[in-house]
Design a protein. Structure first.
Length: 521
C-alpha cells in the first residue's frame, strides 16, 4: 500500500503514547438557565484545551466507547487572520511542534506541520472509537489528498466508508476563474464489518389517499422498468376497459407474473378508467418510511456556508463572531446516518459548537439521549462555543429551547510528574478515580467510597493504600484494618507488600505497586 511521508513523521508516529495524562478540572455545570458548581453529569462535556491532551484525558473513561466522531479541523488554507489560525501557526501549536519535532520543526512547510499536528490526534481518536463507531472528517483541497492517505494508514483502507461531498455554495464566485462550491467529508469506520450507514427517512410529500385506502397514503409508481427481461414480459389486462398492455419497447414489468397477480388481488394495481393510461403500482407511505433511502454521497440540499453564518449570527444577536461554522443541518445529517438515540458524539475541533447544536436539535426532535463531547483550544471555548450551547438549550430568536445540560472543564495538571511519580497536586480523589477507571472502565462514585477502598466490580474489590509522603505497606495489619468487603478477588495497590505469596494465592489477592503498576494511557 502506498504510504505518505513528510518531514517530522518519524518524531510524531508514536507521539500519542508520550502525551502526558492530565486531569480535567470541572469549572461549572449548566442546565437550562442555571449555572452550578456541582457536576451535572449528563454526559455532555465541553472541554477547553488542546485536543491532544484533552483526548488523552478522555481515554480512561471513553476508550472504545465513542460511537461517532465529527471533526472539522483547520483546512490549512494559510489564513492567519480568523479567530483561529488556519496556517497551523497558532502560538500553542507552534510551541508544541517545536517541543515535539525539535529543531527540524523550523524547516517544516505548512503541509508538514498540518500532518504532524493531525497524526497523533487521529491516533487518539481511533482509540476512542467504539468497535462499531465511525469518524467523519471535513476537509477541502488544501489537505484532502494527504488526509486520505493518512486515514488509510491510521484507520485502514478497508474501513473507508465514503467521501461525502457537501455543496456549500449556491451562487457563483466572480473573483476567481472557478467557483469552488464543495468540500469533502471523509467517513471511516473503526471496523467496516460492524458499521453500516443508516438509510435516511423518506421526506417525499407526494403521498395521498384519493381512494381512502385503509392502509394509508400512497403514491403511484410506474409498473415498468428499463432494459429487456423476457421473463418479465407478459400481458396485463385493464379490467375496466379490457385493454391489453405489454411493457413499452426496451423495458420490462417490474414484477413476475405471480407477484403481479397477487398485487392485483390486493388492490395495488391502478388502471385508468378509460384511454391508454398505463398500469401503475401503489407504494404505501408506511412501507417507504420503513425502508428509507440510502444517502447519496453528494449533499446538495442541506444548507450552505452562508446559511451556517446566518444561523450563528442569529444566535449571537446579529454579531459575526466566527468565520467558518458548519450549518447544524449538515451535522444533523451526519449524526442521523451514523448513530442511534443513545450514541456518544465527539467533536475535538469544536469551533462555534455546531455539533452540540445538532445533537440537542435531534434529541429534541426524537426524544433521544445522545451525548456530546466538545473540545476547543482557543479561549472562546467559553464565550462562543459554550455560550452558543447555552443559548440553544434556552432557545434563541424564534427557536424553541431544546433543553439539555453540560459540564464545562479545563485541562488540569498531569497525573504523573516528570519522574513518573504520582503528582500529588492533582488531589487524591483524582488519582483514585484514575486508578478505578484503569481497572474497571466504569464511572467512579466518589462520595460513596471511603479510602483506601475504591469499589467492587465483577466480584473483585479494589483498594488503593496511598498516603502523601508516607510509604504504605500491604501486610496483615493493613489488611485487617482496611479490607472488610467480602469478595472473590482483591486487587490492592500500595508502595510495598509484605504478605507471603502463598497467603495471597490462597485468598486471591493481587498486589500492585504504586506507581509502577498503575496503567498509563
Ligand atoms: C474549522 S473550525 C471548526 C468549526 C466548527 N465545525 C463549527 O461549525 O463552528 C476549527 C476549530 O478547531 C480549533 N482547533 C484547532 N486546533 C485545535 C487543537 N489542537 N485543539 C482543540 N481545538 C483546536 C480551532 O480553534 C477552531 O475553532
Amino acid at each position: 500500500m502506498p504510504t505518505l511521508n513528510w518531514i517530522g513523521k518519524d518524531k510524531i508516529i508514536n507521539h500519542h503514547q508520550e502525551v502526558p495524562y492530565k486531569v480535567l478540572n470541572h469549572e461549572y455545570g449548566f442546565s437550562e438557565n442555571r449555572k452550578t458548581n456541582d457536576a451535572i453529569e449528563s454526559g455532555n462535556l465541553i472541554i477547553n484545551g488542546d485536543n491532544l491532551e484533552a483526548l488523552k484525558s478522555l481515554l480512561p473513561q471513553y476508550e472504545g466507547k465513542v460511537n461517532c466522531i465529527y471533526i472539522d479541523p483547520p483546512y490549512n488554507t494559510g489564513n492567519e487572520s480568523w479567530v483561529y489560525n488556519d496556517n497551523v501557526n497558532s502560538p500553542q501549536i507552534k510551541k508544541w511542534l517545536g517541543k515535539t519535532v525539535g529543531k527540524e520543526s523550523e524547516d517544516l512547510t505548512r503541509h508538514d506541520k498540518w500532518l504532524c499536528m493531525m497524526y497523533p490526534r487521529l491516533k487518539l481518536l481511533h482509540k476512542l472509537l467504539a468497535k462499531d463507531g465511525v469518524i467523519f472528517i471535513s476537509i477541502d483541497d488544501n489537505e484532502q489528498a494527504n488526509l486520505k492517505l493518512m486515514c488509510d494508514e491510521i484507520f485502514g483502507g478497508g474501513n473507508f466508508v465514503a467521501n461525502f461531498i457537501w455543496n456549500h455554495r449556491k451562487s457563483s464566485q466572480n473573483d476567481t476563474d472557478v467557483s469552488l462550491s464543495h468540500n469533502y467529508t471523509f467517513c471511516y469506520s473503526k471496523n467496516r464489518n460492524f458499521f453500516r450507514i443508516k438509510p435516511l427517512a423518506i421526506l417525499e410529500k407526494k403521498f395521498t389517499n384519493s381512494d381512502n385506502d385503509p392502509r394509508g397514503a400512497w403514491v403511484a409508481d410506474p409498473m415498468d422498468a428499463p432494459n429487456i427481461r423476457v421473463n418479465l414480459e407478459y400481458e396485463i389486462i385493464n379490467p375496466n376497459t379490457n385493454e391489453v398492455f405489454l411493457p413499452p419497447k426496451g423495458r420490462h414489468w417490474r414484477f413476475t407474473k405471480e407477484k403481479y397477480e397477487e398485487a392485483l388481488k390486493n388492490n395495488r394495481i391502478i388502471f385508468g378508467k378509460t384511454g391508454k393510461t398505463k398500469p401503475q403500482y401503489k407504494r404505501f407511505q408506511f412501507e417507504a418510511e420503513a425502508k428509507g433511502i440510502n444517502p447519496f454521497t453528494i449533499w446538495n440540499e442541506i444548507g450552505t456556508a452562508t446559511d451556517a453564518t446566518k444561523e450563528l449570527m442569529m444566535i449571537f444577536d446579529g454579531e459575526k463572531l466566527f468565520q467558518t461554522p458548519k450549518p447544524s443541518s449538515l451535522i444533523e445529517r451526519i449524526i442521523e446516518i451514523s448513530t442511534n438515540k443513545n450514541s456518544i458524539i465527539l467533536d475535538s475541533f469544536a469551533g462555534s459548537g455546531t455539533t452540540a447544536h445538532a445533537v440537542l436539535n435531534l434529541n429534541k426532535q426524537d426524544g433521544g439521549n445522545r451525548q456530546f463531547i466538545l473540545i476547543e483550544m482557543e479561549n472562546y471555548a467559553e464565550t462562543i462555543t459554550a455560550e452558543r450551547v447555552k443559548r440553544v438549550i434556552n432557545g434563541y430568536a424564534d427557536k424553541e429551547p431544546t433543553g439539555g445540560s453540560f459540564d464545562y472543564y479545563t485541562l488540569g495538571e498531569p497525573l504523573f510528574d516528570e519522574n513518573n511519580n504520582l503528582n500529588e497536586n492533582v488531589g487524591i480523589e483524582k488519582i483514585r478515580e484514575y486508578v478505578w477507571f484503569t481497572e474497571t472502565r466504569i464511572p467512579f462514585e466518589i462520595q460513596e467510597k471511603t479510602a483506601p477502598f475504591l469499589g467492587s466490580h465483577n466480584n473483585t474489590s479494589y483498594y488503593f493504600i496511598y498516603e502523601k509522603e508516607v510509604l504504605t505497606t500491604l501486610d496483615y495489619d493493613s489488611l485487617a484494618q482496611y479490607v472488610q468487603q467480602k469478595s472473590e478477588r482483591y486487587i490492592i495497590y500500595a508502595d510495598n507488600c509484605l504478605l507471603p505469596e502463598s497467603f495471597m494465592r490462597e485468598k486471591n489477592i493481587e498486589f500492585k505497586k504504586i506507581p509502577r503498576d498503575i496503567t498509563r494511557f
